[in-house]
Design a protein around this ligand. Sequence first.
Ligand SMILES: [Zn+2]
Length: 210
Amino acid sequence: MTEAQLREEICWFGKSMFDRGLTAGSSGNISARVDDAWIMTPTNACLGRLDPARLSKVDDEGNTISGDKPTKESFLHLAMYRQRPDAGAVVHLHSTHSVAVSVLADVDPEQPIPPITAYYVMKIGKLKLLPYYAPGDLALANAVREVADRHHAVLLANHGPVVAGKDLATAAYATEELEETARLFLLLRGEKLKLLSAAEVGELTSRYPT
Ligand SMILES: [Zn+2]
């Protein structure tokens, strides 16, 4: 894929997610790898109205090479890429149901959402809930960096998910799967559940490694 095509794809996914209420206002950000740099959505940009020509191009220190100033959350993306050399894209949203799960006081940080569907296991695998830090706090990037080699999807407490994928479509679809599974999980709160067994999860993760 050329850089021009990738820029178009970032704008397409941004609008698609915005139009379906997966992100609101100027929240959420998307990045993708090109050669030795990253294309990122700009700071204060609405994902529904991105301009391919104004997307930020940044180096691996987060410095702007061209385009508008990058998202203030660029460090979250770079923390993920540093630990995951195979990652081609990262999506971060403040999507309602995922954020709602991140606020629950009694969830297990090692498994904030249990294995309720096969596709959740196949696309997200082991989600890790990270403690709350204020947006912009570098401790947040450090917390992501510490676990990113083992988790391609993390949930920032009282904030939202950060999900890496081999390409943008993979990262975007995984983020959407997480949001839909969070919604299901909340719908089912208080019900007696029949979760996938450890053997069923093991079979899926060996057949479909994330
Ligand atoms: Zn955020």
